[in-house]
Ligand binder design. Structure first.
Ligand SMILES: [Zn+2]
Length: 58
């Protein structure tokens, strides 16, 4: 799995399927967001859609 440097979503592609930024395989921890509008962490991370996100991406 790789993580997008900008929106932190996890994917196995080299570029993010959502924002087109290059992805990185240097990331730590992950977060599953089911309901972005009801999650404080999602709000903080500016997550708009449900999915799996890396907490930290280098
Ligand atoms: Zn992205």
């Amino acid at each position: 799995m790789r993580a997008c440097r900008r929106c932190h979503i996890l994917t196995n592609r080299n570029t993010c399927p959502y924002c087109g930024e290059p992805t990185s395989d240097h990331w730590h921890g992950y977060l599953i967001v089911l309901n972005p509008s009801e999650s404080k962490i999602a709000e903080k991370m500016k997550i708009k859609m449900p999915g799996k996100y890396a907490l930290k991406v280098r």
